[in-house]
Design a protein around this ligand. Structure first.
Ligand SMILES: NC(=O)c1ccc[n+]([C@@H]2O[C@H](COP(=O)([O-])OP(=O)(O)OC[C@H]3O[C@@H](n4cnc5c(N)ncnc54)[C@H](OP(=O)(O)O)[C@@H]3O)[C@@H](O)[C@H]2O)c1
Length: 314
């Protein structure tokens, strides 16, 4: 089968499309014939060598944490899925989604939204689950709260703006100036250009979601309510102020999100999408052969929302 592979880390030109061995489903694994996979910020960091310790020793490896496709086979312990069903999944740390076939444990799989082409569904898992778990999980967002989404035109950011609005929050989206109309179109009540964000101007938010992540806690703290939360896509605190604020029981808190590959949460996203309450922020698709161009586009200045790589035309 064909798969994109990295034999070394570096610019998009290190990506190659090659013939590799087929995966085989064992135990509770579902074999998925992949129609599409998406390019997440995590793929860009992985390819560039920025996830050093996670990727160490795994070369050559296939990027891609999201897949949408059809069940092609099941391990003997699979009870929840049958061959032919349309599914999507968030793969674990090994990735492997930019390939014609992949296996995933059934707990990481859900039925794909019935109302969406699989190309669109592939844009959902990592970004959608991270936004959901950051807001409703660690961020404990409640209706009526004020939320600021930093990096609002990125994959996680676009889902977070839409979900926070859906959950009844007042949403401020921060992105580069050229993308502010896009962020408004996602549902943000207010938008601010990244370079013009003033966190010490007296305005306060209950939850700040730092998606790039690029906001120091010492800066965000000034703009948080006394019970406010800075939720970062950095899974653990790295600075003393963040560590203290992650332990403290009083005052603004720091907390990191570590995305869980939970099929049940994906099923919730499917329901919201099929009910017409959540739109998928898909920007462009590229065939697998053009995965280098997909990465170049995804890390360029124009991208808005998600970039998807297709294995099968629809
Ligand atoms: N902890 C976890 O479990 C977990 C899970 C998923 C992802 N992540 C991490 O989350 C990050 C974002 O992922 P993603 O898929 O949303 O990436 P993405 O689609 O590439 O979006 C990142 C966004 O951040 C903005 N940005 C980048 N650098 C910035 C800076 N210095 N200041 C302000 N804005 C900046 C960019 O906006 P502009 O174009 O407007 O500049 C871009 O829209 C990645 O680092 C990823 O590894 C962590």
């Amino acid at each position: 089968m064909r798969a994109a592979r990295l034999h070394s880390f570096g610019p998009p030109s290190v990506l190659r499309v090659e013939e590799v061995a087929w995966p085989f489903p064992v135990r509770d694994e579902v074999l998925i014939r992949v129609h599409a996979s998406s390019v997440n910020g995590t793929d860009l960091r992985l390819r560039a060598g920025g996830l050093g310790f996670l990727a160490a020793g795994q070369l050559p490896l296939t990027p891609g944490f999201d897949v949408a496709g059809e069940v092609a086979g099941c391990g003997p312990e699979v009870t929840a899925f049958r061959p032919g069903e349309r599914v999507y999944a968030l793969l674990g740390h090994g990735g492997g989604g930019a390939a014609e076939y992949v296996t995933a444990r059934q707990s990481r799989v859900a039925l794909a939204p019935a109302t969406l082409p699989l190309t669109h569904a592939a844009a959902v898992p990592l970004a959608g689950l991270t936004a959901l778990q950051a807001l409703r999980g660690v961020g404990r967002l409640r209706a009526g709260e004020r939320v600021l989404v930093y990096g609002a035109a990125g994959g996680i950011g676009a889902f977070a703006v839409a979900l926070a609005r859906l959950f009844g929050a007042h949403v401020t989206g921060v992105a580069r100036a050229a993308k502010l109309d896009y962020v408004r179109s996602l549902g943000a009540h207010e938008v601010v250009a990244t370079g013009e964000l003033n966190l010490s101007g007296g305005e306060r938010w209950d939850l700040i979601l730092d998606t790039p992540p690029a906001l120091p806690f010492t800066r965000a703290r000034e703009a948080l309510t006394p019970s406010g939360r800075l939720v970062s896509t950095k899974p653990v605190p790295l600075h003393p102020a963040e560590m203290w604020a992650s332990l403290s029981q009083t005052g603004p808190r720091f907390t990191g999100v570590r995305t869980a590959e939970r099929g049940l949460d994906l099923a919730l996203l499917s329901r919201l999408i099929d009910a017409g309450e959540l739109r998928v922020p898909l920007d462009r698709t590229f065939p697998l052969e053009d995965i280098r161009a997909a990465h170049e586009y995804a890390e360029g200045p124009e991208v808005r929302g998600k970039v998807v790589v297709t294995m099968v035309g629809e």
